[in-house]
Design a protein around this ligand. Sequence first.
Ligand SMILES: [Zn+2]
Length: 159
Amino acid sequence: MKLLLEIKAELENITSLEPLDNNFTFFFQVQCTSCREVHPGWVTVNRHEQVELSGSKGATAHFVWRCKFCKRESSAKFVEAYPFRSYESENAQFEPLLQIECRGLEFVGFDPRGIWKCKGTTGTVFPEVDLTEGEWNDYDEKAALPVSVSDIESRWGKA
Ligand SMILES: [Zn+2]
C-alpha cells in the first residue's frame, strides 16, 4: 500500500518550505496493520539508510519493524520516483510532501522536528530552519521583514 504524507503550515513572507536535503530523518508514528497496535514512540526513517529484510536474500527497505504484540515483521520504502516535494501553499492548504510504500504497517503520525530550508519572498534562502519546537522565526534582511513558519499540521492518506 502506498501512503501519501501531506503537510500544511502558515508561512510568513516565505514562499517554499522543504526538508534540508535527501538525508533528512523523518519521525513517524507507526501502526501494525495486523493487530492495529500503535507503537508508543516515534520511529525514524531516512531515505539514505536501508535495512535488509529478514529471510529475503538481500531485499531492503528504508524501515523494518517487528510488532511487539503480534511479532510480525513489516517494512516501508520511499517511492523512488517520488522525491520530497516543496511546500508552497499561499493559503496554508494541505500539499503532498512524500510517498512511501508500506507492507504490514501504516504510518499514522508525523513530527516535523529537524532541519528544513525555506525561501523568502526576496529569494533569500534560509538553510537552517529548525522545526524541532514546531515553529521557526527569523528576519529577512533584504526585505526588512520578519519570516516565520508555524501551525504545522500533517495527515496521512492513500497515495
Ligand atoms: Zn501487530
